[in-house]
Design a protein around this ligand. Structure first.
Ligand SMILES: *[C@@H]1O[C@H](CO)[C@@H](O)[C@H](O)[C@H]1NC(C)=O
Ligand SMILES: *[C@@H]1O[C@H](CO)[C@@H](O)[C@H](O)[C@H]1NC(C)=O
Ligand SMILES: *[C@@H]1O[C@H](CO)[C@@H](O)[C@H](O)[C@H]1NC(C)=O
Ligand SMILES: *[C@@H]1O[C@H](CO)[C@@H](O)[C@H](O)[C@H]1NC(C)=O
Length: 328
């Protein structure tokens, strides 16, 4: 084993207590990221009244992954656990995107996310590195899933529809997410309004503490909502390569609804890249592959063409639309 990889392993143990995973020398330079679809909101449904679409993925998440050097496979909702087990064995990580899905819809985003979260824990426990990244609602799902409680126990009502800076914790540089982040990226995140917020629920320190979730999750930064409530803006799991951000890294580059005032400045675009670049690099540590090129081709999102939903008023500017739910 090369000295370089010993140092990497030492760094892992130093930075992440119970992190049990030791990786091989070789990074996977053809990573494939699964993005979980979700049930249509009434808004998106009303745009396609004649179609039989039942789920969608905002293309902004797809493009964000593609520009970081990975390909995307859509993960459908409404399937049984064997579908998720099977697909996780072929891909290198999963993104839980933001949106407005309910926590209690049957066979929707919530049930699919729970399967994936549990299966990813099993993989990691077996020494098979498998990362998850949750954005906005996806971040909230991750923490709610750890709690085993309903969302009302973990989230509070809040209001944040602004571009905001991050207030980092004192030891954020010891986190996996930020320990190699370039200094200028950190300086911009601290001082400029570059993270796009769009949420009516927040997770705050008090809920983490009350539900004993600080054993599992380490907040690394905070922002303040419109009433001054200090909410968790970024978080990572202490044992698993699971990450969450309350803001939307994908919107600065890819979502253009003008009334939303998402920042599109040069520094915002450049800075927000950091999060998906980081996550795709985590996915490079996974050694899952499709059986062959034909199987890989059949799953890739290139089999679908996104719709220009921005022209229909959606804040998701382009969406991939999917047909009826599968086998559940
Ligand atoms: C929707 O599903 C119905 C029933 O299967 C089918 O007859 C119809 O052609 C589908 N509509 C479209 C636009 O695919
Ligand atoms: C689902 O949760 C919402 C609140 O988020 C609640 O209003 C609704 O009654 C719940 N539905 C069911 C079927 O439990
Ligand atoms: C950042 O958080 C610290 C507490 O961790 C607090 O004292 C400080 O006021 C916060 N700064 C801003 C700009 O909100
Ligand atoms: C948190 O842990 C403490 C000590 O183990 C326990 O008394 C308490 O009930 C736990 N809280 C919750 C919400 O589970």
């Amino acid at each position: 084993m090369a000295i370089g990889s010993l140092l990497v392993i030492a760094a892992y143990f130093y930075h992440c207590e119970a992190f049990a995973v030791v990786q091989g020398d070789v990074l996977n330079e053809r990573p494939i990221v699964g993005i979980l679809s979700q049930e249509l909101s009434l808004r998106v449904h009303s745009m396609f009244p004649k179609e039989n679409y039942t789920s969608y993925i905002s293309a902004s998440f797809v493009k964000d992954v593609e520009k970081s050097g990975a390909r995307v496979v859509p993960i459908l909702i409404g399937r049984d656990r064997s579908y998720y087990r099977n697909i996780l064995r072929k891909i290198n990580g999963v993104i839980f995107p933001g949106g407005v899905s309910k926590f209690n819809n049957t066979n929707g985003y919530a049930d699919a996310a729970k399967h994936i979260y549990e299966l990813a824990q099993e993989l990691n426990d077996a020494g098979d590195y498998f990362p998850i990244f949750g954005t906005c609602l996806g971040f909230q799902f991750l923490v709610v899933l750890t709690s085993g409680r309903g969302p009302e126990a973990i989230r509070i009502k809040c209001r944040s529809y602004e571009n905001l800076p991050l207030n980092f914790t004192q030891d954020f540089r010891k986190s996996r997410m930020f320990h190699e982040a370039p200094k200028d990226i950190i300086r911009i995140l601290k001082n400029k309004d570059v993270t796009v917020n769009s949420h009516g629920f927040c997770i705050v320190d008090e809920s983490l503490k009350y539900h004993n979730l600080t054993k599992y999750w380490r907040p690394t930064s905070y922002s303040n909502d419109e009433y001054g409530v200090r909410f968790i803006a970024s978080i990572e799991h202490k044992r698993y390569p699971f990450y969450g951000v309350q803001f939307h890294p994908e919107k600065a580059s890819f979502d253009w609804k003008s009334s939303k005032h998402y920042t599109h400045s040069f520094v915002a675009v450049r800075t927000n890249r950091y999060f998906v670049d980081f996550f795709v690099n985590e996915c490079r540590k996974s050694q899952h592959f499709f059986a062959n090129a034909a199987e890989e081709n059949a799953y890739l999102i290139y089999n679908y063409a996104p719709k220009f939903t921005g022209a229909m008023g959606s804040s998701y500017f382009q969406c991939y639309m999917f047909e009826p739910r599968g086998n559940v």
